[in-house]
Design a protein around this ligand. Structure first.
Ligand SMILES: *Cc1c(COP(=O)(O)O)cnc(C)c1O
Length: 364
């Protein structure tokens, strides 16, 4: 039996008539850039995140870079983030001209707020927590720390669309939050796409200019900007898929519950903290002999992934930051134990059973 890590053809088969209708509508009109679907999607996406404003951009990496820049982060500034994320979290800080500073994570793979104080310097300007796997960080503690010291907070919510914590949605905590609609994410476009959400109208207005060359009108440029717009076609696809997002999240959460029950006592499984509704973009187990397990599962037709095998402070790109092995013990320990199991919405009960049975067989 094959268990693919993602199932794009399954998604296309399920949505084909609707997607072709969208393609036909957008292309017959020919408004490829900043069409009405962009505004419509932004309005509805902001509502989903419980904030006043959403600004569609080309991808989440740009979203993070633009959000930091719009909040005044630049050369000479430091931004505190987690070293176990996708490279874009730190990459965007560098793109904004600032320096990433890392703090270690807790057993649940999320930024440890108790470590923030130790990373603070006179240059610290912002904190960039990453809601890795679709689980929201301890935002109460992070915001308390940041507010006391006048720091900005930008949520990297690229993996957390639809997640909630204490009744609040991902994206509603920080000064700004950034989402990815990369094809692999829970709410996915047919290519690259992203958004920034914020409750601050002035910040949103600035971001709308930043993403479009700083153009206030066709021929007037107020400041240097970027070309990082959300395509009309992608916005139309996202607007359609947004309606199905809660069902996608619910199915992923059911898959996670099946894994937790079937793998209890065999490997460490993630679970929701009290009052949280994790989105399970990833279902990451922490397991002994991870690489051997991964090979074994591959032979059983099961695709898995490792998010991420090399912590950011140990990447060649981060060499100038002076990080070394041993700096972030929990991140480094987990990087050898984490394994992402398929958790997508098209998994069948038989496929889930095959994954669970195979993992149990490996450890028998
Ligand atoms: C996917 C991802 C990003 C980058 O998203 P893009 O849209 O591909 O630029 C940033 N941070 C995290 C945690 C991600 O998972």
């Amino acid at each position: 039996m094959k268990v693919p890590y993602v199932d794009f053809s399954g998604q296309y088969a399920a949505e084909r008539p609707r997607l072709l209708g969208i393609l036909d509508r957008v292309m017959s009109r020919g408004e490829y850039i900043m069409g009405p679907e962009v505004e419509d999607f932004e309005r509805r996406f902001a509502r989903l995140c419980g904030v006043g404003h959403a600004v569609g951009v080309a991808n989440a990496t740009d979203a993070l870079t633009l959000a930091l820049k719009a909040l005044g982060v630049g050369p000479g500034d430091e931004v505190i983030t987690a070293p176990n994320s996708f490279i874009a979290s730190a990459g965007a800080i560098a793109q904004a001209g600032a320096t990433p500073v890392f703090v270690d994570v807790k057993a649940d793979q999320l930024m440890d707020p108790a470590k923030l104080e130790g990373a603070l310097t006179r240059r610290t300007k912002a904190v960039l927590p990453v809601h890795l796997t679709g689980k929201i960080c301890d935002m109460e503690a992070i915001l308390r720390f940041a507010r006391r010291r006048g720091l900005k907070v930008v949520e990297d919510a690229a993996q957390a669309v639809g997640a909630r914590r204490g009744g609040r949605p991902a994206g509603s905590f920080g000064d700004a939050a950034c989402f990815s609609f990369h094809p692999l994410k829970n709410l996915n476009a047919a290519g690259d796409a992203g958004a920034i959400v914020t409750g601050d109208a002035a910040l949103a207005a600035k971001l709308r200019l930043l993403r479009n060359h700083g153009l206030v009108s066709r021929n007037e440029v107020s400041f240097w900007g970027y070309n990082s717009r959300l395509d009309t076609l992608q916005a139309a696809i996202l607007g359609f898929r947004l309606k199905g997002l809660s069902a996608v999240t619910a199915k992923r959460r059911r898959n996670a519950a099946v894994y937790r029950k079937g793998l209890a006592g065999v490997v460490e499984c993630p679970s929701d903290e009290e009052g949280c509704r994790d989105a399970y973009h990833l279902f990451v187990i922490q397991a002994d002999r991870r690489d051997a397990l991964r090979d074994f599962l591959k032979k059983k037709g099961i695709s898995t992934a490792v998010h991420y095998p090399t912590p950011i402070h140990l990447q060649p790109s981060a060499r100038s930051l002076g990080g070394k092995a041993g700096d972030f013990p929990e991140t480094e320990r987990q990087s050898k134990r984490i394994l992402s199991l398929p958790v997508h919405q098209y998994l069948t009960p038989r496929q889930l059973g095959h994954v669970i049975g195979s993992i149990r067989e490996f450890y028998r």
